[in-house]
Ligand binder design. Structure first.
Ligand code: TMP
Length: 245
C-alpha cells in the first residue's frame, strides 16, 4: 500500500453509483473514495447477478495494476487502498470515450465483425466507444470525437499512445503469470489542471484474461455466458496477481 495520504480520508456523501462501483466524497476536497461492488451486470444491465468476492478482487487487482502502471510512467487516479474493496482516488472528470485495446479476437469483434475467436491481431486494435448506457456504448470514430468536442487531435493521439503503452506493460505482466491479455477497456479523466490521467478500474470485469496453457477464460465472460465457476476465476486472477507482486 502506498502511504501517500497523511490522514485517511473519511467517507462522505455518495457522489455516483454505477453498475459495479460507488464513488463517495470525502472530508478532503482533493480525494474521493471508490468502492467496488459484488454486483455484476452484462449486456447493458439486462443480465444481472452477484459475484461473491468480486468487489474485493477488482479493488485489489486494480490497485496492483495502477501501482504497476504508475511505476512505469502512466499517471492514474489511484492513491491508496483503504479497505479490501475501497480505494482513495483523485477526482477527475471522466471523458465519455471508452478506449478498448485488442490483442486477440474475442467478444464484439467476433459477434459484430465476423472474426473467428482466438486469432492474434497485428497490429493491435484500438477502438473508441461512447460511454452512454442508454445508447448501448456505441462504437465511434475520430470524427465523432472531434465533432462532439470530447477530445481534440492531440487528446486522441495522447490517449492512443497511453493505451498502447499500457497494453505493453500489462501484456508483459500477465504473460509473467501465465495469462494472455486478450483485450481490455480503459477510461480516462481530466484533472482540474487539464491534464488527462487513467481512471476507473483494471480488473477481470474490464479485461479478457485467458490462461496461456489451457485457454480457460478467467474473466467476466464466465458470468456473461454462464460458463460456471465465476467466483473461482476471479479468485484465481487475484491469487496470481498478488503472488507476482
Ligand atoms: P467487447 O468485446 O464486448 O467489445 O469488450 C471489449 C473489452 O471491453 C472486454 O475486455 C470487456 C470490456 N468491456 C467493459 O469493460 N465494459 C463494457 O461495457 C463492455 C461492453 C466491454
Amino acid at each position: 500500500m502506498s502511504e501517500t495520504t497523511e490522514t485517511r480520508p473519511v467517507k462522505g456523501e455518495l457522489l455516483h453509483e454505477g453498475k459495479a462501483k460507488k464513488v463517495f466524497k470525502t472530508d478532503r476536497e482533493d480525494l474521493l473514495i471508490q468502492e467496488f461492488k459484488n454486483d455484476a451486470t452484462a449486456f447493458d444491465g439486462t443480465k444481472k447477478g452477484t459475484i461473491e468476492g468480486k468487489g474485493t478482487v477488482n479493488c485489489q487487482v486494480s490497485a496492483m495494476m495502477f501501482k504497476l502502471l504508475a511505476e512505469n510512467g502512466i499517471e492514474n487516479h489511484y492513491v491508496e487502498l483503504l479497505s479490501e474493496n475501497a480505494m482513495a482516488i483523485l477526482p477527475v472528470e471522466i471523458i465519455p470515450v471508452e478506449v478498448v485495446v485488442r490483442n486477440i479476437t474475442a467478444g464484439s469483434l467476433v459477434r459484430h465483425r465476423g472474426f473467428e475467436e482466438g486469432k492474434k491481431l497485428d497490429p493491435t486494435i484500438v477502438e473508441w466507444y461512447l460511454k452512454n448506457n442508454e445508447l448501448h456504448d456505441p462504437l465511434i470514430n475520430d470524427s465523432h470525437i472531434l465533432a462532439f468536442g470530447y477530445l481534440d487531435e492531440d487528446g486522441m493521439a495522447l490517449l492512443r499512445e497511453k493505451a498502447l503503452k499500457i497494453n505493453e506493460i500489462l501484456l508483459e505482466f500477465f504473460a509473467g503469470i501465465g495469462i494472455d491479455l486478450v483485450d481490455f477497456k480503459l477510461e480516462f479523466g481530466r484533472r482540474p489542471d487539464g491534464s488527462i490521467i487513467l481512471a476507473d478500474e483494471i480488473s477481470p470485469d474490464t479485461c479478457r484474461l485467458w490462461d496461456k496453457e489451457t485457454g480457460r477464460k478467467l474473466d467476466k465472460d464466465r458470468f456473461r455466458f454462464d460458463l460456471g465457476d465465476v467466483e473461482e476465476a476471479y479468485q484465481e486472477i487475484l491469487k496470481r496477481t498478488a503472488t507476482a507482486n
